[in-house]
Design a protein around this ligand. Structure first.
Ligand SMILES: Nc1ncnc2c1ncn2[C@@H]1O[C@H](COP(=O)(O)OP(=O)(O)OP(=O)(O)O)[C@@H](O)[C@H]1O
Ligand SMILES: Nc1nc2c(ncn2[C@@H]2O[C@H](COP(=O)(O)O)[C@@H](O)[C@H]2O)c(=O)[nH]1
Length: 184
């Protein structure tokens, strides 16, 4: 199997980034027009920029995909995806529309992992993350759409209690599935 990119998708605060960290694969850093949260580092968590720069990159054909997500623009550059062609398995966190485009454009190179959690769990995690009421409402408004899109995934992980143990099980299950790509 020729998988070179693991894509995590799912509702906001379902635990995609947490699971990505547990799996420990090299991460593709995407672009966003939103402001950094406390503790987030430019070039590590995202390439933070403004909307105009991202729009210019889109016009110049530099992007694999972009998504308007809850008032901000996000996107994956083609240059960052080319890194995955140079060998080894990489991972990326995308919303449902980005994940769909990644699958359409990169085909079988992509493994889609859906991360699922209940609305109440996502809400509690958004509150704990310090989001304000408006952000929580806006993000939860996309909950059903992201849950519905999980049907396109190759695997779905439930990110509730015991999530880390489950992630460990997934890693073990993925190794034979990914074969040569994972061994690089
Ligand atoms: N299984 C879990 N149990 C409890 N808290 C969790 C769990 N997974 C993640 N969290 C916490 O929930 C918050 C959101 O997690 P994370 O950033 O991984 O979600 P996400 O799906 O990447 O979110 P977003 O799409 O909004 O960026 C974080 O504060 C994280 O520590
Ligand atoms: N389609 C894309 N979605 C992306 C990209 N980078 C991140 N995301 C997704 O956006 C939301 C919100 O992220 P947050 O960091 O503001 O909480 C989340 O679902 C991410 O997965 C991207 O380049 N393209």
């Amino acid at each position: 199997m020729n998988i070179s990119l693991v894509v995590f998708q799912g509702p906001s605060a379902s635990g995609k980034t947490t699971l990505q960290a547990v799996l420990g694969l090299p991460r593709i850093v995407t672009w966003t027009s939103r402001a950094p949260r406390e503790g987030e580092v430019n070039g590590v968590d995202y390439h933070f920029t403004d909307r105009k720069v991202l729009e210019r990159m889109m016009l110049e054909g530099q992007m694999l995909e972009t998504s308007e997500y809850r008032g901000h623009l996000y996107g994956t550059s083609l240059a960052s995806i080319e890194e995955t062609a140079s060998g080894g398995l990489h991972s990326i966190v995308l919303d449902a529309s980005g994940a769909r485009i990644a699958r359409e454009r990169l085909g079988d190179r992509v493994l889609l992992i859906g991360v699922s959690a209940s609305r109440a769990e996502c809400e509690a995690r958004l509150i704990a993350r310090g989001s304000d009421i408006e952000q929580i409402k806006t993000r939860l408004a996309g909950y059903e759409e992201e849950i519905d899109a999980l049907e396109n995934c190759d695997l779905i992980v439930r990110s509730g209690e015991g999530a880390l143990e489950r992630a460990g099980q997934i890693i073990r299950a993925l190794r034979p599935l990914l074969g040569a790509a994972a061994a690089e």
